[in-house]
Design a protein around this ligand. Structure first.
Ligand code: TMP
Ligand code: ASP
Length: 241
């Protein structure tokens, strides 16, 4: 697969065109961003860890019946994916209170949320990803009612499946963010699933093992991601060139 010109460079990943118009290459960089790009640092090994982590999760989700964009690993820090027409909405599922939910509603961190909370956000760093609902999506043409229903259904399925996968590895899936796009007329999960876009706590001690270590300056960021990967049994060896 030939990597051609850069299509888009995000805060932590770069996306390249390939010789196949229906495929893209994702390059997971070592850049780590917080507060909507206000704070960026380069953390050694993070790109490679996230590339492996994402491949592992996406492959598990496909097997569980969630269609994703993932095709295959290409190198240590690159993966081949289907080219989706992305919906500019972030879907968040929360099992425990943390982050923006605590700020917005004045609740303490760590309260178990039963049933889990589902939220939509408009993907826009300059506006700090404001929370939106179905009416905004319909009126601004970002997604149809059917898209919204499917995004919520798939997010809830992902929550049930990954919640168990992480719990079996001694981890609480506190919350996570998903992005979807259209491919041949159907919705698929796109973007990534890595500790950059979710919260994971040790089941017993509630030690943070996700990007909150970076946001809060706790240190040991990549080491925490590597610990999670090891607990899940993510293969870190390079098997294809
Ligand atoms: P929040 O507490 O900041 O709303 O985030 C909830 C979860 O979703 C958390 O695991 C981080 C993730 N997330 C992102 O990765 N990027 C985003 O732009 C947003 C809004 C959330
Ligand atoms: N939205 C992500 C975060 O909250 C990335 C960023 O803010 O730059 O960390």
């Amino acid at each position: 697969m030939q990597r051609k010109e850069l299509l888009y460079s995000g805060k932590a990943k770069s996306v390249y065109i390939t010789d196949d118009p229906k495929k893209l290459i994702l390059h997971f960089r070592d850049d780590t961003s917080a507060f909507d790009g206000e704070h960026i640092e380069r953390l050694a090994r993070k790109g490679a860890v996230n590339n492996r982590f994402n491949a592992f999760i996406m492959q598990h989700l496909e097997k569980a019946g969630i269609p994703t964009h993932f095709e295959r690993l290409l190198s240590n820090d690159e993966s081949l994916v289907k080219r989706l027409d992305m919906i500019p909405i972030e879907c968040v599922v929360r099992n425990f209170s943390a982050g923006s939910l605590c700020k917005r509603l004045g609740v303490e961190e760590g309260r178990e949320l039963n049933p889990p909370i589902f939220e939509f956000f408009f993907k826009n760093d300059a506006l700090h990803d404001p929370m939106v609902n179905l009416h905004h999506m319909l009126s601004f043409g970002w997604a149809s009612a059917d898209d919204a229903r499917q995004m919520e259904d798939m997010s809830r399925k992902v929550n049930i499946y990954l919640g168990k996968l992480f719990l079996d590895a001694g981890l609480l899936l506190v919350d996570f963010k998903l992005e979807f796009g259209r491919y041949d007329g159907n919705l698929r999960l796109g973007d990534e699933f890595t500790p950059d876009g979710c919260r994971l706590w040790d089941r017993e001690t509630r030690r943070k093992l996700d990007k909150d270590r970076f946001r809060r300056g706790l240190g040991g960021v990549v080491e925490a991601y590597e610990e999670v990967a090891a607990r899940l049994g993510v293969d870190m060896e390079i098997s294809s060139a």
